[in-house]
Design a protein around this ligand. Structure first.
Ligand SMILES: [Zn+2]
Length: 305
């Protein structure tokens, strides 16, 4: 082989390995904080006998930490720069309440499904599988985050100042599990969710909780024209999950349904799984898989600019 040909072959093989490193589906290298988070997720999952969920194999975005310094992560499926993909954006969030164990695995089942079995033409799916990691990763998971705040009562809704503490004291007897925080949006996990919504402008949000066994909707009135697509999705999600119960659960000062659904007019679906039993996660994933895949493909009108 001539020297010239040798150099050509060498240059080609370097270019090829570079292309493999840069392959679009290959995960970015993990930063140290995310690597550590993944190790903690892996050991928690091992404790629940959930097997290897491949936390380190996803492209994690990480901008902000919880107040205790734990990364708040999300991953995106689809092309963020495609204008048509931006017209059909679904945001899915799990692990808002750490003692609701099954929703966390639900999001991991979801991202593993998306990673292996789907293409993403004309749609974007944003998944934050562990919104409040400090409440899930400790030995005895809690509803409240690492600072004792119920993240789903902490959104800065219009009624927060006047109502959040009043309701908490009088209706809930100051139940520590539902403390709304010292002020609206005092918690990093709340700001994290708000920023995902402001950044990606989803035309639907699915937040997964347990154990109330129902599908709840907040957003534009389902009776009005603006709620037409939202109504179809609500009905289809229920039908595709063997007629899962649809319930109109009340909103609360500081809840996601109040902030995103009522105030920002984004159709917001709270999927309450039947229970928090870690051994039943497979059953829940197979029950709702078709419903969430339908949601991803169901294009809806954009609601915020
Ligand atoms: Zn919950």
């Amino acid at each position: 082989m001539s020297l010239f040909r040798f150099l050509l072959v060498l240059a080609n093989s370097i270019a090829l390995s570079y292309a493999q490193i840069q392959a679009p589906n290959a995960p970015y290298p993990l930063t140290d904080p995310v690597k550590k988070l993944c190790q903690n997720v892996n050991s928690k999952f091992a404790e629940y006998k959930w097997g290897d969920v491949g936390c380190e194999n996803f492209n994690w975005n990480h901008v902000r930490n919880s107040n205790l310094g734990t990364p708040l992560i999300w991953t995106v499926f689809g092309d963020e720069n495609s204008l048509t993909a931006k017209e059909n954006v679904t945001l899915v969030m799990c692990g808002v309440h750490g003692d609701e164990i099954t929703p966390v695995k639900f999001c991991w089942d979801l991202i593993n499904e998306l990673k292996s079995n789907h293409t993403f033409h004309n749609k974007l799916i944003v998944v934050a599988p562990l919104v409040a990691p400090d409440s899930f990763l400790i030995s005895k998971p809690t509803r409240t985050n690492g600072r004792g705040v119920d993240v789903n009562r902490n959104f800065p809704t219009a009624d927060w100042k006047a109502e959040a503490h009043k309701r908490w004291k009088h209706h809930l007897n100051s139940d520590k599990r539902k403390f709304p925080g010292p002020r609206g949006a005092s918690e990093q996990e709340t700001i994290f969710q708000m920023n995902l919504i402001l950044r990606y402008k989803p035309n639907k949000v699915i937040s997964v909780h347990a154990p109330l066994s129902m599908l709840d909707y907040d957003g534009p009135s389902l009776r009005a024209d603006a709620g037409k697509d939202a109504k179809i999705l609500l009905e289809q999600m229920s039908t595709k999950a063997s007629g899962y119960k649809v319930s109109n659960y009340p909103i609360f000062p500081g809840s996601l349904g109040n902030w995103a659904g009522k105030e920002k007019h984004i159709p917001t679906y709270t999927l309450e799984l039947p229970n928090s039993n870690p051994q039943e996660t497979e059953k829940f994933w197979s029950l709702f898989k078709e419903a969430v895949v339908f949601a991803f493909n169901h294009k809806m009108q954009p609601t915020i600019d």
